[in-house]
Design a binder for this molecule. Structure first.
Ligand code: ZN
Length: 220
């Protein structure tokens, strides 16, 4: 441990550092015997980490994250901690949860397997949940099915305002509740008209009582 209780002056420290430059570490090339390793490990046991109870400074945190990022994205291969196989970097997900993006510790295959197993295990419960959700939010599914139908009829356009469209369905549901009579969202120009075909866009929608909507049919 050197000279206990004695401190080198700044000048001496500088001199020592100059001397040490370029000199290989005295321990370079040393191979520790298993016995020594065991001794060292035993000595370290129970000793608390030097960082325990302290926090890294912001600067150190940044440095550490940069180092981590650099090694993460330059190493061509990485060890999956789940299946213990070394795989190429593309086999891992990029995790953007942290301040700096990192790579997942499990490979994609392991995550996929986990998801598959979970799905298999919870199939029935999920199906039940889905039915309950559908019952509780019927208007969401009306929007979904109307879009699906419009898609099938090739009446969907990318510039349609989906929020405004779903608003029509919400209002129709409200009308139904308020007036105690079914209200539908109708396409002013029908999607399957005889001569013209309308689009599934917000300005081609109107709210009509269900009876009138049925009377109208596919006529303009
Ligand atoms: Zn894996």
């Amino acid at each position: 441990m050197g000279i206990v209780g004695f401190k080198h002056s700044e000048e001496t420290k500088k001199k020592l550092s100059e001397l040490a430059k370029g000199r290989p570490s005295p321990r370079k090339g040393c191979v520790l015997s298993d016995e020594t390793k065991k001794k060292l490990s035993l000595a370290a046991m129970g000793r608390s980490s030097w960082i325990k109870g302290k926090n890294h400074s912001e600067e150190t945190k940044l440095k550490l994250s940069l180092v981590r990022q650099k090694t993460l994205f330059t190493d061509p291969e990485r060890l999956c901690t789940k299946c213990n196989k070394i795989k190429s970097r593309e086999e891992f997900f990029v995790v953007k949860k942290l301040r700096t993006p990192s790579l997942s510790s499990w490979c994609k295959d392991c995550y996929r397997k986990l998801a598959r197993d979970w799905h298999r295990k919870n199939k029935e419960r999920q199906a039940k949940k889905f039915i309950e959700y559908k019952k509780a939010n019927p208007e969401k599914f009306t929007v979904y099915y109307s879009e699906k139908r419009a898609n099938r009829l090739k009446a969907c356009v990318p510039w349609a305002d989906k929020k405004k469209i779903s608003l029509y369905y919400t209002i129709a549901k409200l009308y139904t509740e308020i007036y105690g009579e079914q209200y539908h969202v109708d396409h002013i120009v029908p999607l399957q008209g005889k001569n013209v075909c309308g689009l599934h866009v917000e300005y081609n929608l109107q709210i009509l009582p269900a009876i009138e909507n049925m009377k109208k049919g596919n006529r303009l």
